[in-house]
Design a protein around this ligand. Structure first.
Ligand code: WT7
Length: 657
């Protein structure tokens, strides 16, 4: 437990969770792994030479002069170098004789609705779209907002922008008109690319009316390019042009001009907890270098034989880096799925794994916990023997969810890689290497080769093994954000001001006795109980380790005795019955697992948890409930009815002890 300092201000995060399970890499995988432990030594000896080596995996029209120009906190990588991202992701594979290889197996939500795009097909489609964008007056440096469902035209539109040097800003298709409008305005986009709609939960879901509402107030938008996906009625106006009218008639030949390594590639807005969304700016050479390298290293991608599926939405950074840029740069064959995991049935994901013989699956803890809740019998019905590597991203993965994933999806054969990164980091930063690292359930383990991450205390000093504190990155990395679009000062204030000379991502972490890293959630969520800083992650993981619990969210609520007290919201597993003494049972379980300091004051059994559209638990809203306040802004909730369901449970919520 962390020592208390005078004034009861704890220095660091308590380290409560003990986890002794270990999983060694499968011998065959280790023997043939793309990356071995030598990479750590190579990067430690000369970090910049290591990244140069990674950059050489790409095709450059002009080699860079300077690997890194670092004027803290502003970095430029591969300065003087020139390359075209779309050429690297598409054309070069065709030129090297892989034109007939499948780039994307696309699976629509309606069953049987599929499309296959080879690298040649993709080259032709991207060429046509690039010609169309130019005809619509879009040129290098212009911003293009993209608001689309998960259909092949989405990566095609992104690659067409990249090809001509236009800067895309993909806005997740679940966002409202006002969110879309503010993003179009902030980036000053002149073109919006959208679709009539997409399929979600068995129904066509419209997108175009939202775009109309947003664009009505955006005079700078010259055109709206619309893909017909669902065939729904759409109203059209003078700005609208149909994709099938403008793109289809173009030549599929388009010359890819090289762009500067530091030319902007895209902006992606991240909302964070407060304030106006931040336009995270990524550039060209360093971004593609690190996304391609990490996809090759962390997933051990063998482009000839692997079938890779990342279940994220392309509207989030995970989709940008690990559905579009990383996999295509590596010549991978990927699956893209349009819909939700429960349409038309709860085995849909496993049916897709079986159908395409997926070998590498990359998904999120929120999805894994949902599958746990639905029951083990569902995945058990499918043949998933093709799988060889499982990835996790987006939140800390609770040890129990990790073990469930390993056992029920990976048949205890497949290593699980827990990958820590952010929209801002652009690519994976902390992760096991599947052929090198012994897996520990719940731990992201080590910074990747070439990444200098650390855990520090309040003063910015490294914590020893066994200690907890703040995650930081000490040296710049190729795919780092370059700034916040239009707001350098906010970039400095948000990420570079907490600790002198270090990047602060906002996450808590601990370093265990072996020196391995565990991510403990956002520091804003840390609870201060009787002078101890306790991470929500550890208490949630302890709850999820109880056989009756599928999901848990905990928050600190003001308490007259302890400062803050732990209030827990839990969802029971499909098979578990809610009994009268479940609260006592779970509170005792946490006390036994983590120690009495972490014993929740209160347990509420709820049917759902409030989550953002990217699946992160919105603890802010749960704090409102726990402190009996009226619930705050729910506009970023994926399902706004969830808070009503939770509040209904409140009368039964009694404070125990
Ligand atoms: C935040 C970034 C990374 C792409 C998707 C989310 C949390 C992400 C992990 C992980 C623990 C994680 C962090 C981070 N997070 N991955 N493996 N273990 N926490 O991107 O929306 O920018 O969110 O997600 O808190 O800061 P994002």
């Amino acid at each position: 437990m962390a020592p208390e300092t005078p004034g009861n201000e704890p220095q660091a995060l308590s380290n409560l969770l003990q986890e002794n399970r270990r999983f060694a890499p499968p011998a065959a995988l280790a023997a043939a792994a793309n990356v071995t432990s030598a990479a750590y030594a190579e990067a430690a000896a000369d970090r910049l030479a290591f990244w140069e080596h990674a950059a050489e995996r790409l095709s450059w029209a002009k080699r860079w002069d300077t690997t890194l120009e670092w004027n803290p906190p502003f970095a430029k990588w591969f300065v003087g170098g020139e390359l075209n991202v779309a050429y690297n992701c598409v054309d070069r594979h065709v030129e090297e004789g892989r034109g007939d290889k499948v780039a994307y197996h696309w699976e629509g939500e309606p069953e049987g609705d599929t499309r296959t795009l080879t690298y040649s097909d993709l080259k032709n489609e991207v060429g046509k779209a690039a010609n169309a964008l130019q005809e619509l007056g879009v040129g290098k440096g212009d911003r293009v907002a993209i608001y689309m469902p998960m259909i092949p035209e989405l990566p095609i539109a992104m690659l067409a922008c990249a090809r001509i040097g236009a800067v895309h800003s993909v806005v997740f298709g679940g966002f409202s008109a006002s969110a879309l409008k503010s993003r179009i305005d902030d980036a000053d986009a002149k073109l919006v690319i959208t679709a009539d709609g997409g399929y979600r939960r068995g129904k066509p879901s419209a997108l175009k009316p939202t775009v109309d509402e947003a664009v009505a107030e955006c005079p700078q938008v010259e055109h709206v390019l619309v893909v017909r996906r669902t065939g729904q009625e759409v109203e059209t106006n003078g700005k609208d042009v149909w994709w099938h009218d403008v793109v289809e008639r173009q030549s599929d030949q388009h010359t890819a001009e090289p762009h500067g390594a530091e030319d902007p590639l895209y902006i992606l807005y991240t909302s964070g907890t407060t304030g106006k969304p931040k336009g995270i700016l990524h550039t060209t050479g360093g971004y593609l270098t690190q996304t391609a390298y990490t996809h090759h290293a962390v997933f051990d991608l063998k482009p000839e034989t692997d079938i890779y599926w990342c279940t994220a939405d392309i509207g989030w950074v995970t989709g940008h880096s690990y559905i579009v840029y990383g996999p295509l740069a590596n010549g991978a064959t990927s699956v893209i799925y349009e819909g939700t995991p429960d349409t038309p049935h709860r085995g849909r994901f496993w049916e897709i794994v079986q159908k395409y013989k997926i070998t590498i699956l990359y998904t999120a803890p929120t999805a894994i916990r949902t599958f746990m809740k639905w029951g083990d019998d569902i995945p058990a019905k499918f043949d998933m023997s093709s799988l060889r590597i499982l990835g996790s991203v987006g939140e800390p993965i609770n040890p129990e969810a990790y073990v469930w994933y390993r056992e029920h999806i990976g048949d205890n054969r497949c290593p699980v890689v827990d990958t820590w990164w952010q929209t801002e980091t652009g690519a994976i930063m902390i992760s096991p290497l599947p052929g090198v690292t012994e897996g520990k359930p719940g731990a992201a383990m080590r910074p990747l080769p070439g990444i200098d991450a650390d855990v520090v205390d309040d003063q910015g000093n490294s914590v020893p093994n066994g200690g907890g504190g703040f995650l930081v990155v000490r040296e710049p990395w190729p795919s780092m954000l370059r700034t916040i679009w239009g707001d350098d000062q906010r970039y400095i204030d948000t990420y570079w001001s907490r600790f002198e000379g270090m990047y602060f991502p906002g996450d808590g972490a601990k370093r265990d006795e072996d020196g391995d890293l565990w991510l403990l959630g956002r520091v804003d969520d840390v609870m201060l109980v009787s002078g101890h800083n306790i991470s929500t992650t550890e208490v949630e993981s302890a709850l999820v380790s109880h056989p009756k619990v599928a999901e848990a969210a905990v928050v600190g609520a003001t308490d007259p005795v302890t400062g803050q007290a732990i209030v827990s919201f839990v969802i029971l597993r499909g098979t578990a019955e809610e009994s009268a003494d479940i609260g006592t049972e779970l509170r005792n379980h946490v006390a036994k697992t983590l120690g009495p300091i972490a014993k929740p004051r209160q347990i509420l059994v709820v049917p759902e948890l409030p989550k953002t559209r990217s699946g992160k638990i919105m603890r802010r809203l749960l704090r409102d409930v726990a402190e009996n306040r009226s619930v705050g802004d729910v506009t970023t909730l994926a399902d706004s009815t969830v808070m009503d369901l939770i509040s209904e449970k409140l009368p039964s919520a009694k404070s125990e002890d």
